[in-house]
Design a binder for this molecule. Structure first.
Ligand code: ASP
Length: 313
């Protein structure tokens, strides 16, 4: 059982408390409910925490009805579906793919990058070629509904992200096992109708996901440019390492994003950002820029969808 150092607020005397649960999964958005269940079943049937994270996220990637992740994800402005994903464990092992075409399960390719290459990140055609060498199947990821939406979009061809309306979204999953190990992963098709080659925060270790096995883990969803600008997930984990609770650390990161907007006097009316975080104690936190961000929690006694509090109400 892992010992932990954390506190509920900034304090000179951190609370040291072992995690006593059987496991915990924390995942962004409503699709997190199904993915948490798949992760829980994987852990329960003897899989490792990384297996559970991978299976949980794959479930979402392979569902063509989930239109912001994997198969069925919305395309870029050229009509091409390009996927981003990353995975990280408690030891600092990490793998990532970005701007990858034609492979439905980027989370599994990211894990293969982590386990089978000397690198952390593969991009574009290099990621796809590596995936094919590893035996991943190539397939057309553009489903009819996404193609229809893209054709409609072409009539005006105006790039306009919409907060909480799911023309983008990321599945970000954090997990803690009974031995106190942490891991996380995230996967997305990115912002709908983005420029070809655009990569957001989700596959960037430190922006879309960060895990420090001695402290905690965080993942982000929402407008990736803002999360990258503030190194969001690392910022949250760093906050926890300084003694903030997961909740306070998420709030501080959202406030930093708001401060960046104010400083640059930018319009943020369509911008949404959400963070979820978990520390080694099993304490959780979530916070968003504006209302509408939901996340799912699964442990031995609960399966629930919660609405995160937000800065702008
Ligand atoms: N963070 C993702 C990106 O910017 C999209 C999202 O989570 O809404 O690509």
């Amino acid at each position: 059982m892992g010992l932990t150092v954390a506190s509920d607020a900034l304090s000179a005397t951190p609370i040291v408390r072992p995690y006593r649960g059987e496991g915990l999964f924390l995942t962004t958005w409503r699709f997190g409910l199904t993915s948490n269940e798949a992760a829980w079943q994987t852990l329960d049937s003897g899989g490792s925490l990384l297996d559970a994270i991978e299976q949980g996220i794959r479930t979402c990637e392979l569902d063509p009805a989930e239109r912001s992740v994997g198969l069925g994800g919305r395309p870029d402005r050229d009509g091409v579906v390009t996927l981003d994903a990353c995975i990280m464990d408690h030891l600092g092992n990490a793998g990532s793919v970005c701007a990858m075409e034609g492979i439905a399960t980027p989370i599994s390719v990211a894990r293969a990058v982590m386990e089978k290459t000397p690198h952390i990140m593969l991009a574009g055609d290099g990621a796809r070629r590596f995936a094919l060498e590893q035996g991943f199947a190539s397939q057309d990821l553009l489903v009819e509904d996404s193609q229809r939406e893209w054709q409609d979009w072409l009539k005006e061809a105006r790039y306009r992200p919409i907060a909480n309306i799911e023309n983008h979204d990321t599945i970000g999953m954090l997990g803690l096992d009974a031995d106190g190990r942490l891991a996380g992963g995230c996967s997305t098709s990115g912002m709908a109708f983005k420029m070809h080659g655009r990569v957001g925060d989700s596959p960037i270790i430190g922006a879309g996901l960060y895990v420090d096995g001695d402290v905690g883990a965080c993942t982000a969803t929402g407008h990736g440019e803002e999360v990258m600008r503030t190194v969001g997930a690392f910022r949250v984990v760093q906050g926890m390492s300084l003694g903030l609770s997961p909740q306070a650390a998420c709030e501080a990161a959202v406030e930093a994003i708001a401060a960046f907007f104010r400083r640059r006097a930018k319009d943020w009316s369509d911008t949404q950002i959400g963070f979820i975080a978990l520390n080694k104690n099993g304490d959780i936190g979530a916070y968003a820029l504006r209302s509408g961000f939901d996340y799912a929690v699964r442990d031995q006694s609960r399966t629930e969808l919660l609405r995160a509090e937000s800065l702008l109400g």
